[in-house]
Design a binder for this molecule. Structure first.
Ligand code: ADP
Length: 337
């Protein structure tokens, strides 16, 4: 599809280029022939020429017309060669330009279709589980109330997974479209406190203590809801992949006109080979801890990175297997008046 689009764009570029070149050549031909004609006709009739003696004015006039025609003929050949060169080099340059113009669109489309394929694949797993559970239940002759309850509870679990996945996908799409004009000065301590409040239950279920260290007047420029979402994602991971009876620290400080927020856990850490991929959509570290115990679809960090990018920020990670993980967010600071 993109090959034919590139060729079509090349034809358009080349048409414009050749139109300009032909108009230029015609103009050059007309003015040059007129100039040659005028200059040669200005020459007076010589009684004797070194090349050929003229016995009459008519002989000279014929010779002069031949000269004008010869000059015009060589001008036409020169202009034809020039246009041929323009056509060949212009064609190559136009094709290269067309490919360059369409490349970002091709990349975006490819990423989009990869994303759709991944999302469909993830959606199919809980749907398949739901379907097989219901089919098995329907095949049985009688369903006791206890069995029916168990089936519904299991179905509900799958529905919750689907809901979480749909929520993640929607958030990813929304963050991508969100205009960056909804920004204002947001107190860092408030967003950290809000994230802790929302994940209080999860933290106590994992017996994890969460501490906040942030100066009261520290503010970042951004969208409060998105920044809270960002902190929730990082804290949720720190709890999910953290070790029971440990502490997760949320620290914020000002550094060179930026706000640095760190989320540090004492969990199992991430292997060096996985670190470059954890921000990719649907990427989950292939460990029994990640895939079997902790819920998730590998969308959290992709959303987190999208939010930081939208805020002119950076999200980095420092981790060692068995040595805990620290995610660091750097955001533009709002100066205090
Ligand atoms: P999810 O948590 O839904 O799997 P994420 O995109 O949030 O997806 O994270 C991607 C992967 O990175 C996780 O599956 C997990 O293996 C790893 N990861 C993220 N945060 C941590 C952390 N704090 N400690 C250890 N591993 C982590």
């Amino acid at each position: 599809m993109f090959k034919s689009a590139s060729l079509r764009l090349t034809v358009w570029y080349l048409t414009i280029l050749m139109t300009v070149s032909i108009i230029f050549s015609l103009a050059l031909f007309v003015t040059s022939s007129r100039e040659v004609d005028r200059n040669l006709r200005r020459v007076p009739f010589p009684v004797y020429d070194f090349v050929q003696p003229y016995t009459s004015g008519q002989g000279f006039a014929d010779y002069r017309d031949q000269r004008i025609k010869a000059i015009q003929g060589s001008l036409v050949i020169d202009l034809l060669i020039f246009n041929l060169v323009v056509l060949l080099t212009g064609g190559a340059v136009s094709y290269a330009l067309a490919r360059r113009t369409l490349q970002p669109i091709e990349d975006a489309l490819e990423a989009q279709s990869r994303f759709t394929a991944d999302a469909s694949h993830e959606l199919r797993t809980p749907l398949a589980a739901l379907r097989s559970e219901i089919e098995v239940a329907l095949r049985g002759k009688k369903l006791s109330e206890k069995e029916a309850r168990e089936l519904l509870a299991s179905n509900l679990e799958e529905v919750q997974k689907l809901e979480a996945l749909a929520g993640g996908l929607l958030l990813l799409a929304q963050v991508g479209d969100q205009p960056s004009t909804t920004t204002r000065a947001v107190p860092v301590e408030a967003i950290l406190a809000e994230a802790v409040k929302r994940l209080k239950r999860e933290a106590s279920a994992h017996k994890i203590e969460v501490t906040i260290t942030a100066p009261k007047d520290l503010k970042v420029r951004g969208d409060e809801a998105s920044l809270t979402e960002l902190m929730i994602i990082l804290l949720d991971n720190a709890i999910k992949y953290g070790k029971s009876a440990t502490t997760v620290q949320l620290r914020a400080k000002s550094q060179g006109g930026r706000v640095i927020i760190e989320v540090q856990d004492e969990g199992a850490g991430i292997a060096t080979k996985d670190l470059p991929h954890i921000f990719d959509r649907f990427y989950r570290v292939d460990s029994s801890r990640s895939k079997n115990t902790a819920s998730g679809y590998g969308l959290g960090l992709a959303i987190a990175r999208q939010i930081t990018d939208r805020h002119d920020g950076q999200l980095t990670v420092h981790s060692k297997l068995g040595g805990g993980t620290t995610f660091t967010v750097s955001l533009p600071q709002v100066a205090n008046k």
